[in-house]
Structure formats: C-alpha cells, structure tokens
Write a protein that binds this ligand. Sequence first.
Ligand SMILES: Nc1nc2c([nH]c(=O)n2[C@H]2C[C@H](O)[C@@H](COP(=O)(O)OP(=O)(O)OP(=O)(O)O)O2)c(=O)[nH]1
Ligand SMILES: [Mg+2]
Length: 320
Amino acid sequence: MTRKLIHVAAAVIRNDAGEIFIAKRSDDKHQGGLWEFPGGKVEAGEPVKQALARELDEELGIQVLDCRPLIQIPHHYSDKSVLLDVFEVGTFSGEPYGREGQPVKWVSNTELVSYEFPEANRPIIDACLLPSTLAITPFNTKPDELLSFAESAVAKGAGGIVLRFSGLSDQSETLSAEVEVACRSLIGYCHEKSIFLSLNTSVSIANHLAADAIHLSSERLKSLSQRSDFAGRWLSVSCHNAAELKIAEEKGSNFVFLSPVTETTSHPDEESLGWESFSALLTEVKQPVYALGGVGPDDVNQAQIFGAQGIAAISAWLEE
Ligand SMILES: Nc1nc2c([nH]c(=O)n2[C@H]2C[C@H](O)[C@@H](COP(=O)(O)OP(=O)(O)OP(=O)(O)O)O2)c(=O)[nH]1
Ligand SMILES: [Mg+2]
C-alpha cells in the first residue's frame, strides 16, 4: 500500500503507582468509541516531541517534562494509514483530566487488557506489559541451578526470565521428570513474583507446561503451522535480519530478539549489526524488539533511544 502515513504522536503516561492514563475517543472520530493513548496528529514541520507536548496540553492539561520513545507502529486501516509514534511519559507536571470532555481513566497493567483499543494499538499494549530487561538462562545450566539463576538476575533488576537450557530447549516431545519439576518450580516462582517467564522449547512441551510465553528460534518457528497451536499469550522469536523479522511477524509473534547488536565473546565470528543498523531494521517492525548480543542491563537506555523495548542478555547477569 502506498498511501501516505499520517504521523501521530501518542503517549503512554505512567504515574508513580505504575498505572497508565487512557482516554475514550468520541464516537464521531476515526476509531471513535474506542479507548486510546492520548495524542494526536503531528503538524507539518513540527518536531514529534513538540507535537506530543502540545497534544497532551490540549487534551489533558499536563506539561511533559521527560519522555522516551516506546514503539513506532505503521498501520493501515481500510480508510486511513497512520504511523503511531508512541512515547512513554514518566515525568510531567499537572494532573491529567479530560480537557475536551472525553472520559479518562488511570488503569493498572492488569486492567489495561480489558479495554477496547483500535486495532493498531495491540503492539502498544504488549510494549506496556513487557519488561525492559530479560535474563536468558545459560544453556548449560543444570535443572537444580535454574531457580538461583533467576533469583539472582531478578535481584539485579531483571524484569523477566527466558528459560533456555539443554534439558528443555533441545527437546521436542517429552521432558525428564527432573527437568519438569525444575520448570514447574520456576513457573511457580515467577507467577508468585509477577515476573515474566518465557520457555524456549517446543510448542508441545510449552503447552504441556501451560506456559504463558514461548520463545522460538527462527528455525523452530518454521514448524509452527499456525499461531493458535501455542495456547499461551506470548510468542517471541530470535531474529538476525529483515527477512527473519518479517516471517516472525507473519507467524503472529508478539515480540522479537534482534541480534547480535554488538560483538560478543560467545560468537566472535558473527558480524554484529551495530546500533545504527539495529535501529534501521526496526523501522519495518511493528512489535517490541529486544536488543541481544554483547549488551547488558547498563545498555537499556541506549537500546531504548535506538527504538528497542530494552535488552535481553545471558552473561551480563552472571557478572558480580
Ligand atoms: N491519539 C491516538 N490516536 C490513535 C491511537 N490509535 C490509533 O489508531 N489512533 C489513530 C486514530 C486517528 O486516525 C489518529 C490520531 O488522531 P487524533 O484524533 O488523536 O488526532 P488529533 O488529536 O490531532 O485530533 P483531530 O485534529 O482529528 O481532532 O491515530 C491511539 O492510541 N491514540
Ligand atoms: Mg487526539
């Protein structure tokens, strides 16, 4: 489709309690009657952050003090094409209210999913729910070491765990009793602590463990005939180039890992992307992307400036 994209600045505004401010679009507007992240059209020649600040003043009566890019979504509706340029606003002055008479609400992450948003917003909701840092377990981790790896990574600030290890990730049909016990105990731990947990394994094992999230290599993704084969909420995929990113999206992934961003000691021969190419690849992607490969928790801000959801890492969580 070659229709010109309408550039829209929109905001995920969070308060200190972590709640998000949403507003209801009036019935006579495009996508009317649905809930939205406040914002509006960028005017010709207007810098996008300036447009965001103007819209949030006009619509909610607040002044943006600090914001960062969250996600960009090009979306084609039947009647219009928009580029939603979404920022997370964590610092602002004033108390937001419906300055144009629109219904408004502060909602928690759990409540967010029960509101109806325009079709283009699905990846924004995902970006709101996903953490900015993920810890991937080292491949040679023993089943009885998984929990302590997770606890240590969480103590260092990891917002989620990706369980990738030989006893689980190599398997396609069945698990040993020891591995199953270890996985279930980690699932219990993450559930109790509200930590995001994804399993790198086959679809049948992930379903057997009632996993909420599955992570697949681009290779393993080929064997997923349809998205609904996996019963859980989240599908993520490891990607290394534009072609793999496109396939992941077509197969219905919610988010991806893009690697290697910088040179890694584990794969010294692999050519790294560098932040500029990483960021260039993101312009075609409509879903949250984690930077992976030679990055750690200290790189979160850098990754987000280049358009990522955050970082995923293995060895960086092992450092003292
Ligand atoms: N603000 C906002 N717009 C969204 C979201 N999702 C989504 O598809 N859109 C679409 C609907 C519209 O086509 C466009 C933004 O339009 P808008 O109605 O907010 O624009 P505006 O504030 O400048 O208002 P107006 O000049 O049309 O009255 O983006 C969202 O979450 N927030
Ligand atoms: Mg608006």
